[in-house]
Design a protein around this ligand. Structure first.
Ligand code: ADP
Ligand code: MG
Length: 677
């Protein structure tokens, strides 16, 4: 019955455009938030809502680190503490240095006041930082610590990262507890000033705090959404999805991980200021491990990476704790009296909050793993007609491939690999390899499995270190550059074992490919000046142009999650992603692996057309017919050494190549056949 009502309802509003529905929903939310303290005039409940909002801000901050960038942080409460103590110390009477003329300028701008010392006759400094200044100041200060804590963890992932952040999370409260002269230790700060607005003090009434908290939530939801949908957010998600691929596609991992830590910490620092101003005290217990875990649970509950999800998660769990659990206890007790059950009569749920959180988490893992509001919505599959529309071959004639290729066939070397040796422990994967790729040419590398072909690509793109040698790209040494710098120089690659960003859409994958060519920074992403909007629009248009190389294989699927696409299409997306970076040379590692003969032929034609546009190609390929049709020059690797190179025809007749490829017997057989013939 209820489902029919639901369907009828959803049908009756389905004529309203999605954007309008969102606007209406948002307006109702804002109106509700504004009116709540007016309609529900209960100070304790308003206070609970303000607390819930503070936790929502914390959850939004941690969501940037854990949800967007995929860095598991178990010590997030440390930044909450840093913000809290920053404001606490700079507005209470805890620290009182002797007065000197040094403080005079600060007094003039109202940051400190001069006060008679409690003991002795001199004067001391009383810090009087305004709450409104403290918010941005604590945000910046916490961000600084975020970078400092983040730095040692850059090389860590998963469990290791979690343990190190856990350590930082523990260190901060311990320092706070023991540095009594600064923080008053376990006793906590006293007399923290309440915020003032136009000379009026907030005092202990919950309502003004409620409105400040709601404004913070609104602001940080806005910032989170703007960041998520920008070049910055895409770089974070690329790191989350596949760190190696992110680096190879031009994302500076160090910079963006630290940026995630810094912005997450800034959110935490601001919340700390708010929280302490509301409580007008701070103790080390307020910022321990359980707080970090609680925020993490809110995120998982609401939906990792989902902005509205984590806000909802924070509100639900916080209000569960402060409102519903008590009510539920009363009902259970009353029910117990009714049925005469002594245990139910006396049960109290409030102290078991951790147990209840645990049960909620287990329930979520079993029944709704992606949280209340999942970050990624399931995509509608293509209709039968769309799927079976005649495959249109890539049309190059009508492409305006500005910025792709462009280099003329000068005959000069684009890529010169000289004497490169790569060792993995005792194994020499490449031994003094020399390869030259002429500008505008197609060079193929062939060789048996394990002969070092992929390693050659890895060393060119900076993913593995060479023991010796030199790699020059258009005359410039690129060997010891970081992967994202090599991409920026114009060297783009695909991977043998697909390394796409699976939980992002086709379009997002192609946009990440352009990361190095775009310039939007944090402020551009949040404020979105016209320049940023234009850049974003141009990036999407360029991606569509790249997709059109593959006819209608990718173009109708731009909004689909990559993980749901066919293998051949995923291979095409990898090529599209690499092309999106406007490379001068394209490195393709077995691009036709797993494709059927028709698809192989189609792709070979497309590669040929790309080369005709002026793009230099270095290709690893097993299918010899593809090599023969495409390549000008072939290098044969065996056991990490170049055993032959020349035109495809020359290489095919080389004895050593036959032996490496087919084994001695086969070579004899081939010779036998030749003899008979
Ligand atoms: P191919 O692509 O020609 O099949 P690879 O370049 O992938 O060969 O591998 C060459 C050799 O180097 C293989 O023996 C492989 O096991 C080894 N190898 C490749 N990458 C690594 C690595 N990261 N660590 C250790 N050994 C590796
Ligand atoms: Mg390989």
């Amino acid at each position: 019955m209820s489902t029919t009502v639901g369907t009828a309802l959803s049908r009756s509003i389905s004529w309203i455009p999605e954007a309008r529905r969102r606007q209406v929903g948002l307006a109702i939310l804002i109106a509700g938030a504004l009116l709540f303290p007016v309609l529900h005039n209960n100070d304790a409940d308003i206070d609970s809502m303000a607390n819930a909002a503070a936790y929502a801000v914390l959850a939004l901050g941690l969501n940037i680190v854990v949800g967007f960038a995929g860095l598991l942080d178990l010590g997030y409460a440390a930044f909450f503490a840093i913000g809290a103590y920053t404001y606490g110390i700079l507005t209470s009477f805890q620290v009182q240095p002797d007065w000197s003329t040094f403080w005079e300028p600060f007094r003039v701008v109202g940051l400190v006041s001069k006060m008679a010392a409690a003991t002795g006759s001199g004067s001391v400094v009383h810090f009087t930082l305004s709450f409104w200044l403290a918010l941005p100041f604590a945000a910046v200060f916490a961000a600084f610590w975020g970078v400092l804590f983040g730095f040692p963890t850059l090389r860590l992932r998963g469990d290791y990262l979690a343990i190190v952040t856990l350590g930082f999370g523990e260190i901060v409260p311990i320092v706070v507890r023991n540095w009594a002269s600064l923080t008053n230790g376990a006793a906590g700060l006293n007399g923290v000033a309440a915020p003032r607005l136009f000379g009026w003090s907030f005092g202990v009434d919950s309502t003004p705090y409620y409105y400040v908290a709601m404004c913070l939530v609104g602001l940080l939801i806005f910032i989170s959404i703007r960041l998520r949908d920008s070049r910055i957010g895409r770089a974070w998600m690329a790191i989350r999805e596949d760190e190696i691929a992110a680096a190879a596609m031009g994302v500076d991992r160090t910079k963006f991980k630290l940026l995630a830590f810094a912005i997450g910490a800034a959110f935490g620092g601001m919340t700390g200021v708010f929280y302490v101003a509301k409580l007008q005290t701070a103790t080390p217990e307020m910022f321990g491990f359980p707080v970090s875990v609680m925020i993490l649970v809110m995120i998982v509950f609401g939906g990792i990476g989902s902005v509205w999800g984590v806000v909802l998660g924070a509100f639900v769990l916080q209000l569960l704790q402060s409102w519903w659990l008590e009510d539920l206890t009363h009902w259970l007790n009353a029910f117990g009296q009714l049925v005469g059950n002594r245990w139910l009569e006396r049960v109290d749920l409030v102290p078991s909050i951790e147990l209840i959180f645990g049960l909620i988490l287990v329930g979520m893992m079993l029944f709704r793993r992606q949280g209340l509001i999942p970050a990624t919505r399931p995509q509608a599959a293509l209709s039968f007609d769309q799927q079976h529309a005649e495959v249109r071959r890539g049309g190059f004639a009508d492409l305006k491939l500005q910025g792709l290729g462009g280099d003329v066939r000068t005959g000069a070397a684009a890529l010169e690999i000289r004497d490169v040796t790569v060792r993995f422990g005792g194994l020499t994967a490449l031994n003094r390899v020399d390869v030259t790729v002429p500008n505008g040419g197609v060079v193929a590398v062939i060789g048996p499995n394990g002969s070092g072909k992929s390693t050659l690509f890895n060393v060119i793109t900076g993913l593995v270190e060479a023991a010796s040698g030199s790699i020059r790209f258009h005359g410039e040494e690129i060997m010891h550059l970081a992967p994202h710098r090599i991409l920026a120089k114009g060297v783009a690659r695909t991977f043998q074992n697909l390394r796409l960003f699976p939980n992002l859409t086709v379009m997002e994958n192609a946009l990440i490919g352009q990361h190095a060519r775009l310039t939007t920074g944090v402020f551009g992403a949040i404020i979105q000046p016209p320049g940023t909007r234009m850049e974003e629009k141009a990036a999407r248009e360029w991606a569509m142009e790249i997709f059109s190389i593959f006819g209608n294989r990718l173009a109708p699927r731009t909004g689909q999650m990559v993980s749901g696409l066919s293998y051949a299409n995923r291979r095409r997306i990898e090529i599209a992603r690499a092309l999106a970076s406007r490379p001068r040379i394209l490195l393709l590692d077995e691009p036709t692996a797993g494709m059927n003969p028709a698809e192989t032929l189609e792709l070979a034609e497309q590669i040929k057309s790309l080369n005709a546009l002026g793009l230099t190609v270095l290709l690893i390929e097993h299918k010899l017919d593809v090599v023969t049709t495409l390549a000008d020059t072939v290098y044969v690797l065996d056991h990490g050494e170049v055993i032959a190179h020349g035109t495809p025809a020359e290489v095919r007749q080389n004895d050593e190549v036959l032996r490496a490829y087919l084994g001695r017997n086969a070579q004899a057989a081939a010779a036998g056949v030749a003899h008979v013939a």
